[in-house]
Design a protein around this ligand. Structure first.
Ligand code: MN
Ligand code: MN
Length: 463
């Protein structure tokens, strides 16, 4: 009767020898991508670099040419923070696309608009956290600053401090245990406050200055190096992330620790997959958006018109100019919403239902529904579409498992899945299981990363 039961197996055990080599090679390239892309802007730049090398041209260039044909490869960049790659199929886009959508933003600390101040002889930067963080995790670790500053003369500077080995890092202090009695009596969520996440950036006073001499000295350093002044902060976008590169985890090097696996692991996997697809029947799309961690709002988030505008432009280049054509393109599409899911953690066994939880090392995860309480806010994928995806995965030796975002009534969450589903597309959440989600440094398994890529590629290639 064995055949009647289903068991989700460990993916490492199912790999053939040459495939294990590929898993580790893929992990190396992923780590480089992660080290080069620690913000949504940097990831967008990396993705476009990859796309151009693979022969993609910009939407602007395609419009210039005036027409598109099957096999054309076009990237659409949106304000430097989101991007979509289209590999034009032999069928009209109106017949639908095959899309893997992921997000490039990750929980972090943003600098406030007027961040720099001095207190107790120390220069500090005020921050406002972005996305769902546990504030106590962001103290007492080396931090880096990544951002964009636009000077008064219009010059745009990309600034990175703290990533090069010779760079200084930044830091947020925590209270010494000796004096932490009151702090330790607080609830974990209150031990470190949002207004307490202030970043240490200097301590030498500027000679000859009486007031705010340390702050002035920091401004002098910034001015010498970048030519900026304090007012420039007010029009800047600066993010604080953990400093340093991604690292292998485990004596067997089976896992990777990095900042922002959520959701760059799905972004990278889908990028690699979409670039390898040749001459698809239906247009294949790698879609990489911003602002998922704060509700997908804004003109770089999934709720914006960015993606549909891009599709409308391409339809126009195919001679389809009606609004109906766009609606058909969206509703005929099939989507894997690539996002991470919670993996079973032996340190916290009680929050997941073990029968339905995703496990590290058991492959890419299909999540029928997310949401909270009674599936509130969830895209609940249709059985017919799930069956189609299962067939593709099984036929292509993709090691997959099911997952859910926690026990019933334990909490929950969402992804961009519902947004594309609202346009009529078939959508299911399909991504990588992980540990320590939303921590400054998160953990994934290399075999799950590889199976995520393999899953997306099989999905793209299925006719
Ligand atoms: Mn995510
Ligand atoms: Mn997230």
């Amino acid at each position: 009767m064995e055949k009647l039961t289903k068991k989700f197996n460990n993916a490492w055990e199912l790999l053939k020898d040459d495939e294990q080599v590929k898993v580790f090679e893929f992990g190396e390239e992923y780590k480089t991508f992660m080290d080069n892309g620690k913000t949504e802007r940097e990831c967008t730049d990396e993705i476009i670099k990859y796309a151009k090398e693979a022969g993609y041209i910009s939407l602007e260039d395609a419009i210039e040419k005036g027409t598109i044909k099957a096999g054309d490869k076009i990237y659409v960049q949106n304000k430097g923070k989101s991007v979509a790659l289209f590999n034009i199929g032999s069928e009209s886009i109106e017949k639908g696309m095959k899309i893997v959508g992921s997000h490039l933003d990750a929980p972090r600390l943003d600098l406030k608009a007027f961040p720099l101040y001095e207190d107790g002889g120390l220069a500090m930067l005020k921050t406002h956290y972005y996305g769902g963080i546990k504030k106590y995790q962001w103290v007492a670790l080396p931090l880096a600053l990544h951002g964009v500053i636009i000077k008064k003369d219009g010059e745009k500077l990309n600034i990175v401090i703290g990533e090069d080995e010779n760079d200084p890092v930044l830091y947020i202090t925590d209270l010494l245990p000796h004096l932490a009695k009151d702090q330790m009596d607080k609830k974990m969520g209150e031990g470190i406050t949002g207004e307490g996440l202030n970043v240490l950036i200097g301590s030498i006073p500027l000679k000859g200055e009486k007031e705010d001499a340390v702050k002035l000295n920091v401004l002098k350093f910034l001015n010498n190096k970048y030519g900026i002044e304090e007012e420039d902060f007010t029009v800047a976008e600066i993010e604080i992330v953990p400093a340093g590169k991604s690292r292998d985890v485990g004596i067997d090097r089976s896992m990777i620790a990095a900042h922002g696996h959520d959701d760059r692991v799905c972004a990278f996997s889908s990028l690699k997959a979409v670039l390898e697809v040749e001459n698809p029947k239906y247009t294949t799309v790698g879609l990489f958006v911003d602002k998922e961690e704060v509700g997908s709002m804004g003109n770089t988030g999934m709720e914006s018109a960015f993606f549909e505008n891009a599709v409308a432009e391409l339809l126009h280049l195919q001679g389809v100019t009606s609004y109906l054509g766009l609606r058909r393109a969206m509703s005929n599409s099939k989507v894997l919403s690539g996002d991470v899911t919670a993996g079973f953690d032996p340190n916290f066994p009680d929050v997941l239902d073990k029968r339905n939880a995703a496990f590290i090392g058991k492959g890419v995860t299909l999540t029928k529904y997310t949401g909270s309480r009674g599936k509130s806010g969830s895209n609940d994928a249709n059985a017919e579409f799930l069956a189609e995806i299962r067939k593709i995965f099984n036929e292509n030796n993709v090691v997959w498992q099911v997952g859910e975002l926690g026990k019933v009534d334990q909490g929950g969450g969402g992804t961009i899945a519902y947004i594309l589903a609202n346009k009529g597309a078939e959508v299911v959440d399909c991504g990588t299981p992980m540990l320590s989600m939303h921590a400054p440094i998160e953990i994934i398994s290399k075999v799950d990363l590889y199976m995520t890529y393999k899953a997306y590629k099989a999905f793209y290639q299925a006719q």
